[in-house]
Design a protein around this ligand. Structure first.
Ligand code: ZN
Length: 344
């Protein structure tokens, strides 16, 4: 079968790899129908040291179950399924707490022996705990929005929950990538009265407004902080969603949080420490967040997608086939595309 490998910064190739196959009795074999490139894939695309073996890429996908191991109960051959960006058993103490990203028997796609999502097929470990059956056909018009349940919509939702978004509160979203845009959807969905987006790209700003952003701040650094304070009567936002992961964006997020407010951070941190320790201490700022347990959120978000109440799939502005993946990375890295979908 064919799959995507990264050999170093800027070096993405689609190559023939060993066919995915069942190994454990708890596995499912899934033929991928839709996949995508993630903003987090761009970090290694910018920084990865060259390696000879290549790293299997991709952690967001929808596909058809081809076969299941003898212990699998909840999915069967022919089911269309969505996978979260990490796999989990659904039975351990953390899965029961809804924190499947800390599953004691879970892991990530593309790790040794587990395929990546940007390829033709995947061995899915712990299929019962991991996969969610979708009640639609493989080419349903909702496919883009359903695919966001793998990661970006669940991640935006996690940022909003960690930032304690609720009715009557003012939310601010730092970052206008796919996760930030889904964060706008999530903040409105949870009842935020105002949603301030911090972003600079006209196409993304336009989409954010359609998703419910009420104010846009395109300044950067201290100017951005000043502008948000102006918009909030000098107080700051109750709930701030940090959807980038850089030191500067985290500093901005903490600096625009109202005393007693919360920062929900879902951008993978690119620095070892969190800035503004004194400011967040003296403001009693809650700083929460981490990898989103999207497996837990699929069940609450899926009905809204099926009913058309939210349309997170609009973050996809380009569709490619597997051969187009290297150029898809380039397009996202060059900010030519917000998010690229791979149709197989
Ligand atoms: Zn578990």
């Amino acid at each position: 079968m064919r799959a995507t490998l990264m050999y170093g910064a800027g070096d993405v190739r689609v190559e023939t790899v060993p066919d995915a196959r069942l190994i454990e009795p708890t596995d499912a074999l899934v033929t991928i129908t839709r996949s995508c490139i993630c903003g987090s894939d761009l970090w290694p695309y910018k920084n990865m040291k060259p390696n000879d073996g290549g790293r299997r890429m991709g952690h967001e996908f929808i596909g058809l179950v081809d076969a299941v191991g003898r212990d699998v109960r909840t999915v069967k051959r022919g089911d269309l399924v969505v996978a979260p960006f990490m796999w989990s058993d659904g039975t351990c103490v953390f899965c029961h707490e809804g924190l499947q990203t800390s599953c004691l028997h879970g892991g990530g796609w593309g790790s040794p022996d587990v395929d990546g999502g940007q390829g033709e097929a995947v061995r899915v470990p712990q299929a019962d705990g991991t996969l969610v059956v979708l009640p639609v056909g493989r080419d349903d018009a909702l496919m883009p929005s359903l695919l966001t349940l793998s990661d970006v919509m669940g991640t935006g939702h996690h940022a909003a929950l960690c930032a304690k978004v609720g009715p009557g509160r003012t939310a601010a979203v730092v970052g206008d990538g796919a996760v930030g845009l889904c964060g706008v959807i999530a903040a409105r969905r949870l009842g935020a009265e105002r949603v301030i987006l911090l972003g600079r790209h006209p196409d993304r700003i336009a989409l954010a407004r359609e998703f419910g952003a009420t104010d846009i701040v395109s300044e950067r650094g201290e100017d951005a902080v000043e502008r948000v304070l102006e918009l909030t009567g000098g107080l700051g936002a109750h709930s701030v969603l940090e959807c980038v992961g850089l030191e500067q964006s985290t500093l901005t997020a903490i600096s625009i949080t109202r005393p007693g407010g919360a920062v929900g951070r879902v951008g993978v941190p690119q620095d070892p420490s969190i800035p503004a320790a004194r400011q967040s201490f003296f403001n009693n700022t809650t700083i929460a967040g981490g990898p989103a347990p999207v497996r837990a959120y699929i069940e609450s978000l899926l009905p809204d997608v099926l009913e058309g109440k939210i349309q997170p799939g609009r973050v996809f502005d380009r569709v490619i086939d597997l051969d187009g993946v290297p150029d898809g990375y380039r397009a996202m890295n060059d900010r030519e595309s917000i998010k690229v979908m791979i149709a197989l």
